[in-house]
Design a protein around this ligand. Structure first.
Ligand code: BGC
Length: 750
């Protein structure tokens, strides 16, 4: 009764305010009348505009609910028809458009989207042009499926390999992450749809992500966790940025004016919109005042809170107006506002080719004793490992994509003219079918994990196969971090199987190729000797198996390089001292509720005590299994010459000439590191400041690469002076990995 009464009162009040507004037919939203529209909106309408329309589109694919623009999209904004303000559609994610592939009321067609290679493998290409191309294709699918903003790219730093979402992110290095994100943003936005650089910032773990306080010193925060976002914002102007779930140093990122306004807008010049990650109601007024323009997915109670706070004077209406203007500023850029007639028929076949090309370019060859590319005598393959038959094309959670199909390894091998051991295929097929029956791998809204390996027993024999292909699969995703046991480490069954296969094939003089189809780094040091060749495909999207076979047969020459270090041991990683290592309380799975802070270390708060010692910044010069930037090729390159000059804007211009000295065509990556010879503050041995990749060089061909390092990338943050400072005496190093420096030049600046 009370509720009905208050609703009635609310309706009457709204009607009264609406009555005072200008007649609906005189004013319509245009790109050049945003301030007039802000003035014409009622307080209630303003509050509605900054609060999303809820979960209706996300769950519509399951419930079949009517009245949503794109079923399965992550969210919509609210429309205000009287002022010509349409609702717009926001959809995940970093590996492709995540919408429901089937609609209850549309039987005759489907809405599948290309599952592109995930973030980590895209970063492994070290090819910004390739990533831009993927972005162009992904953005086109967003456009053609009626999506206005793609909730991508994800560019959190791989602080620790156990973060469940690393597959969505690019690298342990902020420059590589930032450049990849910038390329992706440029590609997607070239379609006239928006992006959302996420999750800003320091969302480095999934365990209790909605309450975790990341405690980070200012220099580390700026140099490691913010720098990638800075690069993306300065170089590619994403239409939106998504503030993360977590806190940084005691303040939720979503209500931190320093992060959202002082740094993001005032320092870096961001002029787009900030939306929250998909959070429940927090202190909405503080979020608005901090410069968080849109609350997602949005609840009616948030809008009510805003209205109440403005009325009571707790929230200055000026802050609200600014947020509203930014929401309108976003809307007028969108296809929906332009009235774009989307087809619901993107060219999936063309995009599959892009996905395949990018996947092949991002796979990293880590070991090869001459068995790859496979020789002509290899006709029949014995394929081991669940992920060979049911590939992990991506991770789970919001980064999951409903792909039209997944190419399996046997399919790809056969298509390339190779034979596959049928008995083995049947054995895996039966196991997978049994698992599927139990509901294990039926695609859900957000994807599901892969089943555990079964034991091959002792009776492994090479039989008539000419080579063994052993695929190790890993899948993780949102809301949960990975474990050390049985995930970072091989399971006992995997290890036994690998040992048995390796022994049998080696005894028969036949090669063993191990493929790591993983979302994040795993331990390799203790078993890699069992492999003649070792390849990491990461999670390569729907066409991954074709790309893998392209590499195995030498149709593609490997040119991927690691975006993250493979350590010898988990405990070697400095952040392992402060990360939820097999935490008992693996975090509330309830993302949307802010739970009470119980003071649990690595759950409620995490101390980033390792500071700058993230990835190779710590490991350079120390023993690792595979270093950052490493990757083999089927050909050889020499780094011939390096020239370093200065540009008028203060940038360094590094020119390196590379020559293909082998007998196959291939691509090489030049990584430019800086070593400060007279540091005023403590610095890592070397830091990546730029990189470039050659085109496909024929044997004997050379290319000069030019790498530009702007001052804001060269500088380090001196927390004594609170300023960014460029080094004065430093060495510019051109490397094929962080541990393989080929050329260096000393630079002294006055
Ligand atoms: C994820 C975001 C995603 C959003 C919408 C959240 O749980 O953290 O990355 O964009 O959901 O699906």
């Amino acid at each position: 009764m009370k509720r009905t009464l208050s609703l009635l009162l609310w309706a009457l009040m709204t009607a009264a305010v609406c009555a005072a507004a200008p007649p609906a037919d005189t004013l319509r939203l245009r790109a050049d009348n945003i301030s007039a529209i802000v003035q014409a909106l009622t307080l209630e309408e303003k509050a509605e505009l900054v609060v999303g329309a809820g979960f209706k589109s996300m769950i519509a694919g399951v419930t079949g609910a009517k009245g949503v623009l794109v079923p399965g999209a992550a969210g919509e904004t609210r429309a205000i028809p009287r002022l010509g303000i349409p609702a717009i559609v926001l959809s995940d994610g970093p590996a492709g458009v995540r919408i429901e592939p089937r609609r209850k009321r549309v039987k005759e067609r489907t809405y599948y989207a290309t599952a592109f290679p995930t973030g980590t493998i895209l970063a492994s290409t070290w090819n910004t042009e390739m990533v831009r191309k993927v972005g162009v294709a992904m953005g086109n699918e967003a456009l053609e499926y009626g999506v206005d903003v793609l909730l991508a790219p994800g560019l959190n730093i791989h602080r620790n390999p156990l973060c469940g979402r690393n597959f969505e992110y690019y690298s342990e290095d902020p420059v590589l992450s930032g450049r990849m994100a910038a390329a992706m943003i440029r590609g997607v936005q070239s379609n006239g749809v928006g992006t959302s650089a996420k999750h800003y910032a320091a969302n480095s773990q999934e365990t209790h992500r909605s309450g975790n306080d990341a405690r980070i010193d200012l220099r580390t925060l700026r140099e490691i966790y913010l720098k990638g976002f800075e690069i993306a914002v300065r170089e590619a102007s994403p239409w939106t940025v998504m503030s993360s779930y977590n806190k940084i140093n005691g303040e939720y990122t979503q209500s931190d004016p320093w992060l959202l306004t002082a740094v993001l807008r005032n320092e870096w010049g961001f002029d787009g919109l900030v939306m929250t990650d998909w959070t429940g109601k927090r202190n909405t007024g503080r979020q608005v005042a901090a410069g968080n323009d849109l609350m997602e997915p949005g609840r009616a109670s948030q809008a009510r809170e805003i209205v109440r706070m403005v009325k009571s004077g707790e929230l200055d209406g000026v802050y609200l107006d600014v947020c509203v203007a930014r929401v309108l500023g976003l809307i007028v850029k969108t296809p929906r506002f332009r009235g774009y007639a989307y087809s619901d028929s993107p060219d999936l076949a063309a995009h599959a080719l892009v996905a395949r090309e990018a996947a092949a370019e991002g796979m990293v060859l880590l070991q090869n004793n001459g068995v790859l590319p496979l020789k002509g005598a290899v006709k029949k393959i014995a394929l081991y490992g669940i992920a060979g038959y049911s590939p992990c094309i991506g991770g789970t959670g919001s980064g999951f994509v409903h792909a039209p199909y997944t190419v399996t390894v046997p399919e790809a091998l056969r298509k390339a003219g190779l034979d596959v051991d049928r008995a083995l295929e049947e054995r895996y097929g039966t196991y997978l079918a049994r698992h599927k029956k139990k509901g294990g791998i039926v695609g859900s809204m957000l994807g599901t994990g892969i089943p555990a390996e079964f034991s091959l027993g002792d009776a492994v024999s090479a039989g008539s196969a000419d080579a063994a292909l052993f695929v190790i699969g890993r899948q993780a995703g949102e809301e949960e971090d990975r474990r050390v046991e049985d995930d970072f480490l091989l399971t006992a069954t995997e290890r036994q199987n690998l040992e048995a296969v390796s022994k049998a094939f080696r005894a028969a003089g036949k090669p063993v190729v191990v493929v790591m189809n993983i979302g994040g780094v795993i331990e390799t040091a203790s078993w890699k000797d069992l492999a003649d060749a070792l390849l990491v495909t990461w999670q390569p999207g729907e066409e991954g198996a074709h790309a893998l076979v392209d590499i195995l047969l030498g149709k593609a020459c490997p040119s991927g390089r690691l975006p993250a270090t493979f350590p010898l041991d988990y405990l070697d990683i400095p952040s392992s001292a402060n990360f939820p290592y097999d935490a008992v309380d693996r975090g509330s799975r309830n993302t949307f509720k802010v739970s009470r802070d119980k003071g649990r270390r690595n759950v409620d708060f995490t101390e980033y005590k390792e500071g700058l010692d993230v990835g190779y910044r710590y490991f350079a010069g120390r023993p690792v299994s595979f270093p950052f930037g490493f990757g083999l090729s089927y050909t050889r390159f020499s780094f011939d010459e390096m020239e370093v000059t200065g540009a008028s804007d203060g940038s360094l211009l590094v020119r390196v000439t590379v020559t293909n000295r082998g007998d196959r065509a291939g691509k090489e990556v030049v990584q430019v590191y800086i070593h400060d010879r007279k540091p005023l503050i403590k610095k890592p041995l070397r830091e990546l400041k730029g990189f470039a990749k050659t085109g496909r060089l024929l044997p004997g061909a050379s290319e000069m690469l030019e790498i530009r390092i702007p001052p804001y990338v060269l500088a380090s943050y001196n927390d004594g002076t609170n300023r960014w400072e460029c080094p004065a005496a430093f060495t510019v190093e051109a490397g094929a990995s962080v541990d393989d420096i080929r050329l260096s030049t000393e630079v002294d600046r006055p």
